[in-house]
Design a protein around this ligand. Sequence first.
Ligand SMILES: *[C@@H]1O[C@H](CO)[C@@H](O)[C@H](O)[C@H]1NC(C)=O
Ligand SMILES: *[C@@H]1O[C@H](CO)[C@@H](O)[C@H](O)[C@H]1NC(C)=O
Ligand SMILES: *[C@@H]1O[C@H](CO)[C@@H](O)[C@H](O)[C@H]1NC(C)=O
Ligand SMILES: *[C@@H]1O[C@H](CO)[C@@H](O)[C@H](O)[C@H]1NC(C)=O
Ligand SMILES: *[C@@H]1O[C@H](CO)[C@@H](O)[C@H](O)[C@H]1NC(C)=O
Ligand SMILES: *[C@@H]1O[C@H](CO)[C@@H](O)[C@H](O)[C@H]1NC(C)=O
Length: 409
Amino acid sequence: MGYADPSGGRDLLGNRTLLFIFICAFALVTLLQQILYGRNYIKRGLQFSWQNGEELGNWTGIFNFTDDGAVKTGSDAGGRYFEFYEGPLDFNSTKCLELRRDITNVKVLSMVKESDLFDRWKSLQVCKWEMNVTEANAFKSALTRCCNAPSFLFTTQKNTPLGTKLRYEVDTSGIFPISSEIFNIFPKDMPYYRSQFKKCAVVGNGGILKDSKCGKDIDSTDFVFRCNLPPITPKYVEDVGMKTDVVTINPSIITERFNKLEKWRRPFYEVLQGYENASLLLPAFYNTRNTDVSIRVKYVLDDFESQQAVYYFHPQYLINVSRFWLMQGVHAKRISSGLILVTAALELCEEVHLYGFWGFPMDPSGNFITHHYYDNVKPRPGFHAMPSEIFNFIHMHSKGILRVHTGTC
Ligand SMILES: *[C@@H]1O[C@H](CO)[C@@H](O)[C@H](O)[C@H]1NC(C)=O
Ligand SMILES: *[C@@H]1O[C@H](CO)[C@@H](O)[C@H](O)[C@H]1NC(C)=O
Ligand SMILES: *[C@@H]1O[C@H](CO)[C@@H](O)[C@H](O)[C@H]1NC(C)=O
Ligand SMILES: *[C@@H]1O[C@H](CO)[C@@H](O)[C@H](O)[C@H]1NC(C)=O
Ligand SMILES: *[C@@H]1O[C@H](CO)[C@@H](O)[C@H](O)[C@H]1NC(C)=O
Ligand SMILES: *[C@@H]1O[C@H](CO)[C@@H](O)[C@H](O)[C@H]1NC(C)=O
C-alpha cells in the first residue's frame, strides 16, 4: 500500500477547484463580451443606415438578427448572412459620401471614442473604394515638396557625395563622414522614379492579415513593400503572399537574432534568400548604433555573391517624413517603418493599397485578433503611435488617397 495523505489531497483539490472556477468565470466573461460587442457593432451599423432612410445596397426589406449576432436578410431566405465585405454601393453615392464624411469629420482622434471610429469604419465597408485623383494628386504634391522620395529615399552617390558629413536622424550631434569605401556601396542614383508603379501593396504585419486570404491580391500588385523581415513561408503565403520588392530590416533584429553578424553569417544569408528578388532597406543612419551592423549586411551579401541590393534610408528623408506626419497629427517617439514605406509608396506608385495595418484588438467583424499575423508579441508601449497612424490611413482611405484593406480578399 502506498502512502497517501488525505488532508493534503483535499487541500490540493480545493486549490484546483478554485482555479478551475476562476478560469471558467474568466472564460465566460470573455465569451459574453465578445457576443455583446459583436452584436452592438452590427446593430449600431444598421441603425446608422436606417437613420439616413436608405437601404443597404440592393437589398430590400428588413433585417432580422440571428442567434450568433449576424444579421439575416429578408430577400435572401436561403440563409445568407449580412457580412461586412466590400459592399455594392458606389464610392460616389450619396450614402457613401455621408459615410465617408462621418470619418473625415473626425479631425482628431480624441474627438470620438475609439469604438465609435471603429463603428464608422465598419459601416463604410458597404462602399466600394475608388481613388479620388484630385485628392491623391494634392497629397502627392505635398509629399514631393516635403520629402521627395524619388530623389532622397535612399542615400545615393548623387545625393550624398564623397566627403559628405552625414547627419544622423536622432543622434543629431553625431556625424558620419562618407569615405570612398562607403560611397562605393551606395547606388549611383535612386532606382525608382515618380509614379513608376501602377499598383503597389504595402504589407504591415498586423494580425488582421491572418485568415485574410489576401496573398493572391498582394502578389498580383506591381510592387510589394514589407516591413522588418516578416515570415512569408508556405504557412502564411495564402494570407500574405510571397512577392517582395523591398523589405526593411530593423538592425535590432540583426543584433538579437544574428549576433550583429559578428559570428556565422550563413543563417542570416539563408533567411534573406526567402525574399527572392527583394531589395533590403536599412536605417543605417538613424542613430550611430545602427551604422556598422547595417553596412555589414552589404558585406555579407557580397561575400555570398548575392544579387540582392542593399539600400539605406537617407536620414534627411526620415527627418522630413517625421516632420510631415507630425504636422498631420501623428505624434510618436518614432514613426513606424510601415508609415515610412506608405509615404514613399505614395510618391512611387499611382495607387497604394495597405494590407495588415490595423491598430485595434478586433477585426471589423468583432473577432479578436493577434498583434502580428505570425505571433502575439506586443510592442514596447508608447514607442509608436499606432492608433494615430491607423487613424490617418482611415482618413486617407475615406478621401480616396489610398486604400486600406481590413477584410478578407
Ligand atoms: C445591384 O443592382 C445592380 C443594377 O441593378 C446590379 O448590377 C448589381 O449587380 C447589384 N448588386 C448586388 C450586390 O446585387
Ligand atoms: C423577421 O422575423 C419576423 C418574426 O419572426 C418575421 O415575421 C419576418 O418575416 C422576418 N423577416 C425577415 C426579413 O426574415
Ligand atoms: C464620381 O464622381 C466624379 C466626379 O466627381 C465622376 O467623374 C465619376 O465618374 C463618378 N463615379 C461614379 C462611379 O459615379
Ligand atoms: C474628390 O475630392 C475633391 C476635392 O476634395 C472633391 O471636391 C470631390 O467631390 C471628390 N470626389 C469624390 C467622388 O468624392
Ligand atoms: C527636407 O526639408 C528641408 C526644409 O524643410 C528642405 O530644405 C530639404 O530639401 C528637405 N530634404 C529632402 C531630402 O527633401
Ligand atoms: C523573382 O523574379 C523572377 C524573374 O523575374 C520571377 O520568375 C520569380 O517569380 C520572382 N520571385 C518572386 C518570389 O516573386
